[in-house]
Ligand binder design. Sequence first.
Ligand code: FES
Length: 481
Amino acid sequence: MSDTPTTESSEKISFPDPSVYLLNPGNSRKAIEAGLAEADWYQSPVPIEKLRALLVRKDGPAIRDTLLWFGLIFGAAAITIILWGTWWAIFPYLIYAALYAGSADARWHEGLHGTAFKTDWMNNALYQIASFMVLREGTVWRWSHTRHHSDTIILGRDPEIAVPRPPDITGMIKGLFALRTYPEYFGNLIRHSLGQVSEREREFIPESEFPRIVQTARIHLSIYLATVITTLVLQSWLPLFFIGLPNLFGTWLMSLFGLTQHTGLAENVLDHRLNSRTFLTNPLNRFLYWNMNYHIEHHMFPLVPYHALPKLHEIVKNDCPPPHSSLWSCWQEIIPTVARQTEDPGHHVERTLPKSCPTKNITPAKIAATFQQDGWTEICPSDALQEKDVLRFDQGEQTYAIYRDEDGNLYATDGICTHGRTHLAGGLVIGKMIECPKHNGRFNLEDGSPARKPVCKSLHTHDIKEENGKIKFRSLVESSL
Ligand code: FES
């Protein structure tokens, strides 16, 4: 039995048909009307100074881990080549396949969030390479994962529900060998390379991204074509075993880790403690999975890099259900739950939350205006806003954010992200940019322009100055709120 306190829940209603999971305008509208789309999610309280320390981006840990990871992949490939033609080649090849098709999933994920490295091009390079390795098109999945974080396991909204109810056990077993992924991925590559984007994809991908989808699909197809040609020219299966077939033999590792994230937990709730799973595990698994075993923590605070998640766990653990003690403990909960859901799709594991925890969402602390003159509002003493810091500031019905960069320059913008209803004051000042805490989109602070997807629309900027030890603000336009 699982060692995590749970209660079982079985909704005694006839469960809706599987079409409720489809992303289409009708299902999306139902989720919006129920208040489940782009909603406010619960966040455990974390003291702001501790959160700021956790948010610090570093290159060192991810460079070390990535070099080690690629070293292991190339090492396993080299031994496979040496032993090729003997049965002994199976062992290094299976290690190669698991690293290539299994643990690449966690690298894909951190690269997507842009949190693995401090240096952006490194995040993007890792993301594109890992996307290719796990049979995903980078552009499509960037937007799909953005939606997954907005609407985690919300029916009709989340494109990444891995195990819809009732579970398809045969499909799950096929999934261990990527047998569902291959036809879907290559079908999508052909369709996208011809410029066709489906109705489902149009639900979560803006039209401005369509040319990039076409370009990525053509690049992926070209690499596979080159691999097939090399296989034919060399008259050796090796190229195909190294690019294309690893997913057949290595995807099981991705499923072993990845299905622990949400499988069997509640749907249509606005609290990641109820629909996500955290487990403790050994250093090898944490290396392979890049600390995504702290999955509740990751969903509540997606800005926190993987290497800081253990510290975040220590801060919030008393506000969360007890973590599973191991990977095995997760599967002891998942297997019987999924088996029961085949007969009783309304059944799910219902987490018991700590009694003392607050139930309301936490919004960033705000400061209030104290004095107004000539259109300028005196907001706070200068030292209340430190370098690389951001504060929320409300005036009337409007919400603003004020920032100081690492050189001491001040900025002021509207306070709510233009992509979703999120306070930017919960975000991170990086150089002359603010990174949104929800989907890691970024804005340039000097002019409010978008600096990283999924942000597409500019923020309004406002006047701000420092005088006699006080910070003063003047709104230039009506806020979009
Ligand atoms: S709410 Fe999506 S990037 Fe801000």
